[in-house]
Design a protein around this ligand. Sequence first.
Ligand code: F6R
Length: 592
Amino acid sequence: MCGIIGYLGDRNGAEVVVEGLKALEYRGYDSWGVAVRSNASVSIKKQVGRISDFDDLSSLPFANIAIGHTRWATHGSATAANAHPHTCCKGRIAVVHNGIIENYQELKSSLVAKGHIFKSQTDTEVIAHLIEENVAFGYDFNTAFEKAISDLKGRFAVVAIVDSDDQLLIARKGSPLVLGMGDKEFFVASDVPAFLKYTNNVVFLEDGDVASVGSARSLRPGVTITNRGKVVTRSPKRVSWDVEGAELGEYDHFMIKEIMEQKDTILRAINQPKEDIKRISDMINLSDNVFFIGCGTAGKVAQVGSYLFSKIAGKRVDFVVGSEFPNYHDFLGSNTLLVSISQSGETADTLEAMEVAQKAGAKLVSIVNVVGSSMMRMSDYSLLCNSGPEKAVCSTKATTAQIAILAELAFACAGRLDQGLNLLESVASQVSSMLDDGISDKVRSLAKKLAGHESMYIIGRSVNFPIALEASIKMQEVPYIHAEGFAGGELKHGPIALIEPGTPCVAFVANDDVKSDMISNAMEIRSRGAFIIGIAPENDAVFDFWIQVPDAGVLSPIPNIIPIQLLSYYTALEKSCDPDKPRNLAKSVTVK
Ligand code: F6R
């Protein structure tokens, strides 16, 4: 969680950093802060609330070096004192951090015993004091920083500045950090969109990297990267994302922009190098046991994937939620394959699962959207979703891209890749027409009805059971409706007691082998008074409200989730909720 950025160059650092934080706000939006270095002193501005509401730079001096942070609170509530940057006792050193310092209590006690005075409840503040302690001992800033970093346990991305030198000092272990290499100017951020306006020439830092970025006047001019004390070379890469992809354009919110982008993103997702698809499908076919994992929405995609593999390729794949995967430790070995699904490629629980599998000798494949992410770099092979930046906190376009890629792999495993690609292309074009054809108007009228309800239930069977679960996540996180998803057969084993006259219930009824069972399940709840919303290619007497979706056969999860994405968006608008930044959430969940 949290977004960090640093700048060194000739522009007004405060402006670059505030602008970058606005692009990173999806990573955390409880509070924010900026530190700038000018005239050999460090000035700080911190505030509770959202950086997007801030545009008065006059309180910060012009400076060529600046760092900033937008926070999703973990240690200490969302107050100005807990907002980053954090400083040392004398206010000479300022630090921003993303991640968790696991041994901060121990470090803090020893620093307090040495006379350091802490101003916040955060784990981060220890870093500033540790550097200060090392400087007081006689080390230069660079060495003091390196020594402080070597004392930290946990996952972190850290950027620090000091009043006495023209440098940004940077460290990465487990949390994302990327350098932007401009023309005589440098950027560092949690994610590329923070500086995409200035450069797309980037260096993805590796775990254990410590970097110094200095101007001509600094102790160490240019960029130097070390890892375990040795200088290393990290080649710059061009990222293909463009600025428009990371901006709102004609839309009011990123969520609706990203839903609409599904007109193209499904096609982009299946446009994978054939040799990669072949290699990974061979690995799946040859492995003794294959696990698909992910968290939240990506977890539901993983579950859809296990059904697709069973239905398309007759191949057993186990689905496990990322955070539960370590419990499967005893079933892992050198002939195990772990396929991790993630938009960000940074989700801590999924990364930990990958570490567990790697230690047991398993092979790792990931399906991720963010180029250069931790999962991508940790995996033996990766497939990119090619969805472009996904900035709304809830996942939409990456979800359908991931399902499409899993379907492509399933067809490849079945030796029917070309047939699968044809089917996927036709689903992509069906989705495109559905989004063009004014489905939004119908969904919007339903959103008006739903906005007044506190609870709803969602059912699906087979490939659409995980879609019912995913639909419930969408209705919970965007318009804050208490939504629960169930396998169609399950409601009557208990939850049916909750159905009252008028309770909204969504039923996914695809044209498949479970259609008649789904209709029976819808009837069971309708006869208890439920208001049935059918998402189906064909209308049925049991539906009180019908949303037509294209008939996509076994690929029905792709079109089926789209009306729900729209429904959650429009219901959020009806309830005046911010669809891009739901309460208590952040885009990239880098804590366990
Ligand atoms: C919900 C949502 C989350 C993410 C989850 C995993 O809309 O976006 O549930 O799916 O936090 O994130 P990634 O995909 O980045 O691993």
